[in-house]
Ligand binder design. Structure first.
Ligand SMILES: Cc1cc2nc3c(=O)[nH]c(=O)nc-3n(C[C@H](O)[C@H](O)[C@H](O)COP(=O)(O)O)c2cc1C
Length: 190
């Protein structure tokens, strides 16, 4: 079965970023695509130590085994589509999401491109500013990993949990992104 994994880099579980991702999931599930959400909130996660052991070991894993990153890498590798979501923190993604990007990105490079030709999409929630820069960060990772981007990514506006539900355009964008992702997944997986 075709599967999409989404990773939410928010420090808040089930917040605005998760709400937008779940709106995408509704569209994907309507097309018979399996979905799974991993939320980094409350988990221990650290950045890349630049040990470069992943290039020696070439086992599709990071040598730092004491956090959630290898689980994420495994789920991303096993999925057909990858959604990365983050709230805007000081005009960029959260520290948790950047840690995942750096480590999953290097492990992917060390192993001949673990995520290449998967379908990618990105989601950000912002209160007021910084969404484009944050999307750039997410899309640079997805493009450098040679994923195929499923059209226009998602920006939702809101501060408190649930505020994005009042952002009609943001919700419509999430639904549109979900439909685009489903269409592209069907095209590439046959
Ligand atoms: C540390 C921190 C920094 C933030 N920086 C920004 C910012 O630069 N621009 C912005 O529009 N919102 C900023 N916000 C607000 C969040 O992006 C916003 O509340 C978002 O909806 C949170 O999504 P979540 O519920 O998925 O965590 C910041 C929030 C926090 C906690």
């Amino acid at each position: 079965m075709t599967k999409v994994i989404a990773i939410n880099g928010s420090a808040r579980k089930d917040g605005n970023t998760a709400i937008l991702i779940r709106r995408m999931f509704e569209e994907l599930e309507n097309e018979g695509i399996e979905t799974e959400l991993i939320q980094l909130a409350g988990t221990k996660i650290r950045g890349c130590t630049a040990c470069m052991k992943c290039f020696e070991n070439m086992d599709s894993r990071c040598v730092l085994e004491d956090d959630i990153v290898n689980d994420c890498i495994g789920k991303m590798t096993g999925a057909d589509g990858i959604i990365l979501g983050s709230p805007v923190y000081f005009s960029d993604v959260t520290a948790e999401m950047k840690a995942l990007i750096d480590r999953a990105g290097l492990v992917s490079m060390a192993n001949d491109g673990l995520f290449r030709r998967k379908v990618g999409s990105a989601v950000v929630a912002q209160r007021r500013t910084g969404a484009m820069h944050s999307l750039d960060t997410l899309l640079h990772f997805l493009l450098s990993a040679n994923t195929i981007i499923a059209g226009w990514p998602v920006i939702g506006v809101g501060r408190d949990i649930g505020d994005v539900n009042k952002d009609d355009e943001g919700i419509a964008r999430a639904q549109n992104a979900g439909r685009n992702m489903a269409w592209l997944l069907k095209a590439v997986t046959g």
